[in-house]
Ligand binder design. Structure first.
Ligand SMILES: [Zn+2]
Length: 176
């Protein structure tokens, strides 16, 4: 839900471990929300804030466009970012859109930030997303050069990433 800093943290891992170029991997990490959220929340064209760009089909088409517009490395880097976004959103993605019909969960709306902040703005979300970002950035420091340290940081990252997904679903249910 919060494109920054959680999705940014996942994009950073794409640079760190998959040799993705910075700009396309970050764009890939946030573009799915930049396209899908307004289509639902602002324009009410789609049934849910995770739609075409949150599917394998969207991933494929967007990566192909990056390849046509730029080159193989940019398309690869973009693809890593986009995949990292889908992994971060793994609690619900319409993976096989438009080939499968989905029953979309009753989601919360980005505009609720303005209308009803208490239904969307949970400080604990921001906290955990920020911790993820901090861990990802830490992997570049000289304190994280040892493989054992990296393994520990990545384990903590994975644990928090999984925790925040289970936690998020409860929060959404509680808010709806
Ligand atoms: Zn998303």
């Amino acid at each position: 839900m919060y494109p920054v800093p959680g999705h940014l943290a996942f994009s950073i891992l794409g640079n760190r471990y998959f040799h993705a170029d910075w700009i396309p991997v970050i764009i890939g990490g946030i573009l799915p929300d930049i396209i899908d959220k307004p289509l639902n929340d602002l324009f009410h064209i789609t049934p849910y804030g995770r739609y075409a760009m949150h599917s394998f089909f969207g991933l494929f088409v967007a990566t192909l466009i990056a390849y046509w517009l730029f080159n193989r490395k940019t398309a690869y880097s973009y693809m890593i970012g986009h995949i990292s976004h889908l992994i971060a959103d793994v609690d619900f993605n319409p993976w096989f859109w438009p080939f499968v019909e989905y029953k979309f969960p009753s989601g919360i709306d980005v505009l609720d930030i303005l209308r009803a902040p208490s239904t969307i703005f949970f400080p604990s979300w921001i906290l955990w997303e920020s911790v993820l970002l901090g861990l990802a950035v830490f992997l570049y420091s000289r304190h994280a050069e040892k493989r054992t340290v990296q393994a520990a940081v990545l384990t903590a990252f994975a644990a928090i990433a999984i925790y925040r997904i289970t936690r998020r679903r409860n929060d959404v249910l509680a808010a709806s």
